[in-house]
Design a protein around this ligand. Structure first.
Ligand code: GTP
Length: 319
């Protein structure tokens, strides 16, 4: 099971959940069913993420059910096949099903798949009386399953396009646009958890010379080497970005306000040990500033960090 994130807790899904709510309401009405759901399965269990609004039974959305419970949807997820139970009270297999015990003796459900073929969950209708559905009912539920699967493909595509729009093609780091978006989120997070933020500005020394003497490919290799070096030095929840040709920034969470010089020193030490494929050492100048807690303009902060970097570069080149 590849999903770990509940759609109910994700901003990305909220506009779609409204549409799915309408879908489930129509499905319940079309099937004359007192209950209808879209259920999501993740590694943590099963959750009804949408329930028909007019339903006459107690199940709502948001509760997580373990895979140990003999739910109808669990069976669909195990078999990856549609399931139609006309009357669970006639089949001892459902004796320990809490839904049947609550009177929901009829179930018609189908698996919903993600675009990559993994299971997303189920779409289903339930009834408090035994049913004998006309074959058009499963076709209707299948139609709703197709709608949700189409939406999941669109959501996935949007996410991929967003990632492409936010990332730098050469290094795979975030680009300036991605950095701007994530920097604001990181700033909010830092304020909430009481951490300080440091903004680093990194610039490769003499890249023009590398390009001119050894070719553009050797220059690209230097850029990639710095990106990999930054990833190696920084923690997973720090943010690294390439915001220009040989200009990089990193937003780092600091547990103590006075650790920024230590972070810069650690990066300097690590990066100066790197040897480029052309045999030259990787030379990088780094400037850093502390990010104030108040709301600020990140472009201005980047400019201040750039000035710090420039001071360091001048000092390095002079001495
Ligand atoms: N290979 C390569 N070069 C690039 C890329 N983007 C920008 N550059 C080049 O990187 C060089 C950056 O030069 P500058 O920042 O002016 O200066 P520098 O040679 O690095 O020298 P200092 O920064 O003063 O040490 C320019 O020649 C750009 O053309 C890229 O994606 N690949």
């Amino acid at each position: 099971m590849s999903q770990t994130e509940w759609v109910l807790h994700s901003d990305r899904f909220s506009p779609w959940l409204k549409k799915w709510q309408h879908t489930v309401n129509v499905m319940a009405e079309a099937c004359h069913a007192p209950a209808a759901f879209i259920v999501q399965c993740t590694s943590s269990g099963l959750m009804a993420v949408v329930a028909c609004e007019k339903q006459q039974i107690k199940y709502g959305t948001g509760d997580v059910y373990s895979y140990d419970i003999n739910l109808y949807c669990k069976k669909v997820i195990e078999t990856k096949d549609p399931l139609y139970v006309r009357d669970a009270s006639k089949d001892p297999f459902w004796d320990d099903n809490p839904e049947a015990a609550d009177g929901m003796v009829s179930y018609l459900g189908m698996p919903i798949f993600m675009p990559d073929g993994d299971l997303f969950g189920t779409v289903c209708v339930m009834d408090i009386a035994p049913t004998n559905y006309d074959p058009v009912y499963p076709k209707l539920v299948e139609q709703f399953k197709d709608i949700v699967e189409g939406d999941l493909a669109l959501i996935q595509r949007n996410k991929e396009l967003e990632e492409i729009a936010m990332s730098d093609e050469l290094t795979g780091l975030y680009n300036r646009r991605g950095f701007r978006i994530l920097a604001h989120q990181q700033h909010k997070l830092a304020c909430r958890i009481g951490c300080n933020l440091g903004l680093l500005y990194l610039d490769i020394d003499d890249l023009k010379e590398i390009n001119d003497l050894l070719g553009h490919e050797a220059g690209d290799e230097a850029i990639i080497a710095l990106a990999r070096g930054m990833e190696a030095c920084l923690r997973d929840n720090d943010i690294s970005a390439r915001i220009g040709g040989d200009e990089f920034v990193a937003l780092v969470l600091l547990t103590e306000i006075d650790t920024l010089p230590a972070v810069i020193q650690r990066m300097n030490r690590f990066l100066s040990d790197q040897v480029l494929p052309c045999g030259r050492p990787l030379k990088v100048s780094i400037g850093g500033i502390l990010v104030p807690e108040v709301d600020m303009d990140f472009d201005q902060l980047v400019e201040s960090a750039d000035q710090e970097m420039y001071r360091t570069k001048r000092a390095r080149k002079a001495g």
